[in-house]
Design a protein around this ligand. Structure first.
Ligand SMILES: Cc1cc2nc3c(=O)[nH]c(=O)nc-3n(C[C@H](O)[C@H](O)[C@H](O)COP(=O)(O)O)c2cc1C
Length: 185
């Protein structure tokens, strides 16, 4: 929720690798620019930002959630975004980026829990960025391990995301009834 956010900048770089190296279409939803109202279950939102974000969520097969560490938790903005959706996430693959001074593992765990509750898959690792150690004064990455993990995340999202989503779609179209994909038709 700020300009030049470290988590958003890191996400942009990962999406750039996904688009350029893996020739895979990627969209960035910036919740600072496209702000959502507070979710209410009984409200039908006639709000342009809700429509835009919903359209992007339905379009995507794979997600990267990027979030700062706020009190060891995901930001309210991220939780509010997640509250808008569930079926739209099912069968899709998620990766995680957290900007934190303390690795942000609890933040990642919370996002993972919400994602699992929506019957979606998570990569078994995430990326933590600490600007004090990882970035130079010009904002460029000075930690080669971080750079390498960003490349790994981009690659794994494309490869595992495709495999998992293809199988989920196949299962949805299959006559076999007892699969979680069938349940989510
Ligand atoms: C409300 C608030 C709570 C925060 N709580 C923590 C925290 O518990 N642990 C931590 O390491 N950093 C904490 N921070 C610092 C941010 O996580 C850190 O500055 C992060 O890099 C910001 O990410 P951004 O650049 O994407 O906004 C907090 C910042 C704010 C504004």
């Amino acid at each position: 929720m700020r300009k030049n956010s470290f988590s958003t900048n890191t996400l942009s770089k990962v999406l750039e690798i996904i688009s350029i190296k893996y020739k895979t279409e990627a969209r960035l939803v910036n919740l600072f620019e496209t702000q959502l109202p507070i979710y209410q279950p009984s409200t039908k939102f006639d709000n342009e930002n809700v429509k835009k974000v919903t359209n992007d969520v339905k379009w995507a097969n794979v997600f990267v959630l990027a979030c700062p560490d706020y009190h060891g938790s995901m930001s309210g903005t991220m939780k509010n975004f997640l509250d808008f959706f569930w079926k739209e996430f099912s069968g899709k693959t998620f990766g995680y980026i957290v900007s934190s001074h303390e690795k942000g593992l609890t933040v990642m765990d919370q996002m993972r829990t919400a994602v699992r509750q929506c019957y979606a898959w998570s990569l078994p690792y995430g990326i933590s960025i600490n600007e004090r150690e990882d970035l130079g004064s010009d904002g460029k990455i000075v930690n080669s391990r971080l750079q390498s993990r960003m490349e790994m995340l981009a690659r794994d999202l494309v490869v595992y995301g495709r495999l998992i989503y293809c199988q989920f779609s196949k299962d949805q179209d299959s006559a076999e009834q007892n699969t979680f994909a069938h349940y989510y038709l």
